[in-house]
Design a protein around this ligand. Structure first.
Ligand SMILES: Cc1cc2nc3c(=O)[nH]c(=O)nc-3n(C[C@H](O)[C@H](O)[C@H](O)COP(=O)(O)OP(=O)(O)OC[C@H]3O[C@@H](n4cnc5c(N)ncnc54)[C@H](O)[C@@H]3O)c2cc1C
Length: 439
C-alpha cells in the first residue's frame, strides 16, 4: 500500500512511522516539517489535569495514549538513537488565593472521574512534593500519573525513526485539489495530518493561539521537580521542567486567526507574573524564548480521527493534547488504513461534522517565534532536517480515483467550522510494534 501523509508534525510523522513499520510505502508531504504546534507545545501528557468539563469522550483515549507513552518513548529512542525527554514525574495543582483554591477543588472532582491517581495534600505535604512552591500555597493536588515529554525532541526522533523505517519526504505544500484528486499524490491512501492546515481540506479545524515561554536555569540553580499547574487570580498557568534545565511556562489561549504579531508583551508579562506567584525561583532564570503557536481546535474540542472516504483518512484536530495523543493516534490511524478502525476512535469520527468544506490555506507555515521586535536571541532554533529527503513524488494530476465526490460544502458545516469552542485556558514496558499487522 502506498500512503501519502499530508503534514509532518508529530501526528503525521508518528502515523507515517507506524504505517511504514507495518509495510506501507509512505511519503510525508510538508514544506517545513515540525514548524507547527508540535514545536511550541509544552509536552504535558496529562490525562488527569487536562480533563475538562464537556470533554469526557476524550478520557479513555487520553488514558490509553498516556499508558502507551512509556513504551512508545522507549521504542522511539531505540529506533532513532535520540532521547525524547520523557519524564515520569508527577504534577501538582495549586491555587494561591481563596478563589484559586476553590477552582482547584472544583477541578479535583473532575480529576477524580478519570479514575487515576489524585491525592489532595495540605501545605506541608504539597511543598514536600514540590519544594519550590511559594509559601503562600497552603494546599494542593498531586496527580501522580500525569507525565511529560520534550515535544521538540520527540519530533526530531520521529523524523529519524520514520526515515529509518523507509518513509520518504516531499517538500511541497499540498493543495486541496491534490487531496480531492488522489492521482496527484500518487498514493493508494492519503492521511490528512496537517494540524491547523487541515482546514484547507475541509475539516473544521481552527487555530487557537497560545504563547509559551522557554526559560533556562543556570547550572546548580534549583528547578521544579514536578510539573506545576495552578491558578493565580483566576488565570491558569503551568510550568514544565526538562531534565536539561529548560523550564517551559505556558500558556495563553485566544483566537485571533493566525496572528502572531500582537499581544505578546502582555502574554509575557502575565505568564511571568502568574508563574512567579506559584514558583518564585522562576524570577532567577534566563528568559530565552517567546513562542507563539496555534492549537488545532475543533468545534467540540475532540480530535478528528477516521475515514473521510474510501481512500482518505483524517488524523488531526488534536487541540491542546496532540503530544499526549501521539501513540494512540498513530496506532488507531494505522489500523484505520487497514480498515480496522478501533472502537476507541468512534467519538472522533469526522462524519459528526458532516461533509468537509475546504477552507483557506494556512497563510504562513510554521509556528515560529514572536516577531523580531521581541528581541529574544535564539528564539528560533534550527530544526533537524530529514537526513535524505526523498524526491517529491507528486505526479501530474490523473483521474479522480479517490471517491471523494463528497468534498462538497454545506452551510451547516461551515457554521460548525466557524463556531468557537470554549477553553478554560521511561518506565520500561513491552514493545507493542511486534503486534502490528502487515499492510
Ligand atoms: C502553546 C501550546 C501549548 C501546547 N501544549 C501541549 C501540551 O503540553 N501537551 C499536548 O499534548 N499538546 C500540547 N499542545 C497541542 C499540540 O501542540 C498539538 O495538538 C499538536 O502539536 C498537533 O500536532 P500536529 O502534527 O497535528 O500539527 P502540527 O504540529 O501543527 O503540524 C502540522 C504540520 O502540517 C504542515 N502542513 C500544514 N498545511 C499543509 C499543507 N497544505 N501541505 C503540507 N503540509 C502542511 C505544517 O507545515 C506542519 O508541519 C500545545 C499547543 C500549543 C500551541
Amino acid at each position: 500500500m502506498r500512503v501519502a501523509v499530508v503534514g509532518g508534525g508529530s501526528i503525521g510523522l508518528a502515523v507515517a512511522w507506524r504505517a511504514a513499520q507495518a509495510g506501507a510505502e509512505v511519503v510525508v508531504h510538508d514544506p517545513e516539517p515540525g514548524s507547527g504546534a508540535s514545536r511550541v507545545a509544552a509536552g504535558m501528557i496529562a490525562p488527569v489535569t487536562e480533563s475538562h468539563y464537556g470533554e469526557t469522550a476524550l478520557t479513555p483515549f487520553m488514558a490509553a495514549s498516556a499508558d502507551a507513552w512509556p513504551a512508545f518513548a522507549r521504542e522511539l529512542e531505540a529506533a532513532s538513537g535520540l532521547p525524547v525527554g520523557f519524564r515520569d514525574i508527577p504534577t501538582v495543582v495549586v491555587g494561591v488565593e481563596d478563589g484559586d483554591r476553590a477552582e482547584v477543588e472544583r477541578q479535583t472532582e473532575l480529576y477524580r472521574e478519570t479514575g487515576r491517581g489524585v491525592e489532595v495534600l495540605g501545605g506541608r505535604a504539597i511543598r514536600k512534593a514540590e519544594p519550590l512552591l511559594s509559601h503562600r500555597v497552603r494546599a494542593g493536588v498531586l496527580a501522580s500519573e500525569d507525565r511529560a515529554v520534550d515535544p521538540r525532541a520527540v519530533h526530531a526522533a520521529l523524523l529519524v525513526a520514520a526515515e529509518c523505517a523507509g518513509v520518504g519526504f516531499a517538500a511541497g505544500e499540498v493543495a486541496e485539489g491534490e487531496v480531492a484528486d488522489l492521482g496527484a499524490l500518487d498514493a493508494d491512501q492519503v492521511v490528512i495530518a496537517a494540524g491547523c492546515g487541515s482546514a484547507r481540506f475541509g475539516l473544521p479545524v481552527r487555530p487557537v493561539r497560545g504563547v509559551v515561554l522557554r526559560l533556562r536555569a543556570a547550572a546548580g540553580q534549583a528547578v521544579p521537580r514536578t510539573t506545576v499547574r495552578g491558578y493565580v487570580k483566576g488565570q491558569s498557568v503551568y510550568i514544565v521542567t526538562r531534565e536539561n534545565g529548560e523550564v517551559v511556562v505556558g500558556a495563553t489561549s485566544d483566537e485571533r486567526g493566525f496572528d502572531r504579531t500582537t499581544g505578546t508583551a502582555g502574554a509575557v508579562h502575565d505568564l511571568l507574573r502568574w508563574s512567579i506567584a506559584l514558583v518564585p525561583e522562576i524570577a532567577e532564570y534566563h528568559l530565552g524564548e517567546v513562542t507563539v503557536g496555534f492549537r488545532p481546535g475543533t468545534p467540540d474540542n475532540l480530535p478528528i480521527i477516521g475515514r473521510l472516504g474510501p481512500r482518505l483518512t483524517a488524523a488531526t484536530g488534536h487541540y491542546r493534547n496532540g503530544i499526549a495523543l501521539i501513540p494512540a493516534t498513530a496506532d488507531a490511524t494505522a489500523a484505520i488504513l487497514r480498515d480496522e478502525a478501533p472502537e476507541t476512535v468512534a467519538p472522533f469520527d469526522p462524519a459528526r461534522f458532516g461533509p468537509p468544506v475546504p477552507g483557506p490555506a494556512v497563510p504562513d507555515f510554521g509556528a515560529g517565534p514572536a516577531p523580531a521586535a521581541t528581541g529574544f536571541e535564539g528564539s528560533r532554533e534550527p530544526r533537524p532536517e530529514p537526513k535524505s529527503a526523498a524526491p517529491d513524488t507528486r505526479v501530474p494530476r490523473g483521474s479522480d480515483s479517490s471517491g471523494l465526490g463528497r468534498f462538497a460544502g454545506s452551510a451547516e458545516h461551515r457554521r460548525a467550522a466557524d463556531s468557537s469552542a470554549p477553553e478554560s485556558t521511561v518506565p520500561r514496558g513491552s514493545d507493542s510494534s511486534s503486534d502490528r499487522e502487515e499492510m
